[in-house]
Every structure is written in C-alpha cells, then in structure tokens.
Write a protein that binds this ligand. Structure first.
Ligand SMILES: Cc1cc2nc3c(=O)[nH]c(=O)nc-3n(C[C@H](O)[C@H](O)[C@H](O)COP(=O)(O)O)c2cc1C
Length: 344
C-alpha cells in the first residue's frame, strides 16, 4: 500500500528479514522497525537506540519529555517499555531467545535496557499472534460497542500483565465505571485549567495534512481536515476542560471494560515493566479483535491517583487506565523510521 512518508514505517514486512546468516547488526536493525511502532504519550516517541557490540541499547530521549503532564518521565519510561516489548516479540517471532537487561548501568540513567539475540528456540503460537498485532495496533478514541468483553478474555489480559510482573484490574460493573469516569472528568478539568498543560498538548497536536513524523494528527481524535488545522490554536487558547470532561465521562461510562494496569512500586524499573505489560495487553487485545484507548488523567494528576488506587483495592501504584472494547478499526499515526532513532 502507498502511504505518505510519515506513515511508511507501518509498511514493515516480516519477509524483509535479512536472514539468520546476515550480520548481527543487520538483524538487530531490522527488528527496530517493529520497536518504533510502539505507542507513546502524545506520540513523542521518546526513544533512542544504540548499536553496540552486537547489542541494542535502549535509551530514554529526554529531549522529548513532557514536563507538564509527565513531570517525572514516568510515561516517557513506560513508552520506552512498550518499544522494548515490540523488540522482544519481534526477536521471538524470528526464533531468537531475547536477552534483556533492565537498567544495566546505574551510572547512566538514560540507558533503560540492553537487548541481544540469544539462541534459537521453538516459537509458541501466541508469539506469532502478538507479532502479527504490532502493525495493526492503534489507539482507538472512538466510542466502543456495548458488547461485553468475555470473562475468558479478561482473564487473558490479566495474565498478560502478570507475565510482565505488573497487575491489571478489570472494571465492568456500572458503579465502578461511573466512579472511575468521575475521576477522569475531574482530571480533565484540572489539566485543561492549566495553561502550561494546554500549551504542551497543543505542541504535539497537528493538522491532518501535516507531514510531521511525531505527535498526534487531528484525525486520531476524530477531527476532519479543517477542524484539525484550528485545533492546536483552540487547545492552546481556550479552557476546554468542561467539554472534554463531559465527553470523556461519557466514553468511560459507556465502555464495557475499564482496566487499570499497576505495579508494586513506582520506580524506573517498574515503569519499564508497566510499559512491557501495557504493550503485552494491547497486542493481545488487538490479536483477539479488541480496541483500546487511554484515560490516564486520574493517574497524571497526583491527588486523583490515590483515589483511583483506592478503587482498585490493589497494593502498589496505578500506572495506566485503559478503556477496552469492540470498535471499527482506527488509523495509524506518524512514526519516525528506525534509522531516524538509531545512533551508531
Ligand atoms: C504511556 C502512555 C500514555 C498515554 N496516555 C494517553 C492519554 O492519556 N490519552 C490518550 O488519548 N492517549 C494516550 N496515549 C496514547 C498515545 O497518544 C498514542 O500511543 C500515540 O498518539 C500514538 O498513536 P497510536 O497508539 O495509535 O500508535 C498514551 C500512550 C502511552 C504509551
């Protein structure tokens, strides 16, 4: 399919794998084409990869931080964890045991992980399903159908998060969804009242026809071409909190399933694990035909986070709030190509 350059990275094809006899650097570089398709907050793509001695080093790119909405780089680190998960699944798909070390060098805090290819092994069917979902996963902000997410699927989502040493709690009861939706709306009102939040968000929202390779085109929010041109100005200038809150409240209340992903602690290593868990959950969901999108406001606003934690009745810290259900497919958003984020 012919796509504009900023969407070209989605055309990745497994048939272009250079082969098991190709130099290690070529194989690793190929796998990066899957890493860059990961989701990231505001589509900042806050990752840099270095090829060193037959390994990939995954580094946080803090020049792409969001100091207002994500002052401690928590979501930035989670986004990098998502990219690492894609890398892992892609390596496994081609038969390699992934060798990963998290935070290998306490002296270099931006170095989040090293990644190498281990010995070849049998590939479980589930890996192929997750791999096939990488280029099909897109955040879907449309309303979801009322169709329930089957209990057995919910159990698989829980197991996916647990496999990454995180937890996931599902909320399907109306009362719980109403309480969580209320926190989301409160978060929207607080965030949009803050000029700095609006300015930061507006900087990453682009017109549909922009050829930017990062950030969020208006169509990702359902805006037509004309509206999308005005949107960054509107977001920057007006407090849209009331309207956004009402819309998100409605979306959250009418989604059949809300899910909180959390971790025992709230440190860098746990943020990476939250990212691994998030992408595991999202790819599994995509693989079984589910859509997902984010409602992280009650986690981003500090005093709401404790209230959300109380609703989950879990030990530890909520890291992500997802809405999951059935919906028509969403479109891909721009990406920088693997070569753009690779430092040699
Ligand atoms: C850690 C993290 C936090 C996110 N938070 C939100 C959010 O609060 N609201 C939202 O609409 N999207 C959120 N997103 C989704 C991103 O905006 C989305 O991944 C990005 O725009 C790229 O689009 P894609 O997921 O369709 O590839 C988040 C993604 C990540 C990884």
């Amino acid at each position: 399919m012919k796509r504009s350059p900023e969407l070209e990275p989605w055309n990745v094809s497994a048939s272009a794998f250079p082969g098991h006899d190709a130099p290690i650097a070529d194989r690793l570089r190929f796998l990066l084409a899957y890493a860059v398709l990961a989701p990231s907050s505001h589509n900042t793509q806050p990752w840099i990869f270095r090829l060193r001695g037959g390994r990939i080093e995954l580094c946080a790119d803090r020049a792409r931080a969001l100091p207002v909405v994500d002052h401690d780089d928590r979501e930035l680190t989670i986004s990098c964890g998502c990219a690492l998960f894609n890398l892992r699944v892609a390596a496994e798909h081609f038969g390699y045991q992934p060798l990963i070390e998290l935070l290998p060098d306490p002296g270099e805090r931006d170095l989040l992980a090293t990644f190498a290819l281990g010995t070849r092994h049998e590939v479980p069917h589930e890996v192929h399903v997750l791999f096939g979902a990488i280029p099909r996963r897109h955040t879907n902000r449309a309303p979801f159908e009322q169709r329930q997410v089957e209990d057995a699927l919910q159990a698989r989502l829980v197991a996916a998060a647990e496999a990454e040493r995180a937890w996931l709690t599902c909320f399907t009861r109306k009362r719980d969804r109403h309480a969580i939706a209320g926190l989301v709306a409160e978060g929207d009102r607080i965030q949009f009242a803050d000029k700095r939040f609006r300015r930061e968000l507006a900087a990453w929202v682009h017109a549909n026809r922009s050829h930017s390779r990062d950030g969020m085109p208006g169509y990702a929010y359902g805006y037509g071409d004309l509206v999308s041109i005005a949107e960054p100005f509107v977001i920057r200038t007006f407090d849209l909190g009331k309207g956004v809150a009402a819309k998100d409240m409605d979306l959250a209340e009418h989604s059949p399933l809300l899910a909180v992903i959390g971790t025992q602690g709230d440190s860098t290593v746990e943020w990476i694990r939250a990212g691994l868990a998030l992408q595991h959950v999202l790819l599994l969901a995509t693989g079984v035909g589910l859509s997902a999108s984010f409602l992280n406001q009650p986690i981003e606003v500090e005093n709401l986070r404790a209230r959300l934690a109380a609703i989950t009745e879990r030990q530890g810290s909520p890291q992500l709030l997802l809405r999951i259900g059935y919906a028509p497919e969403a479109k891909p958003t721009p990406r920088r190509a693997a070569d753009d984020v690779l430092r040699r």
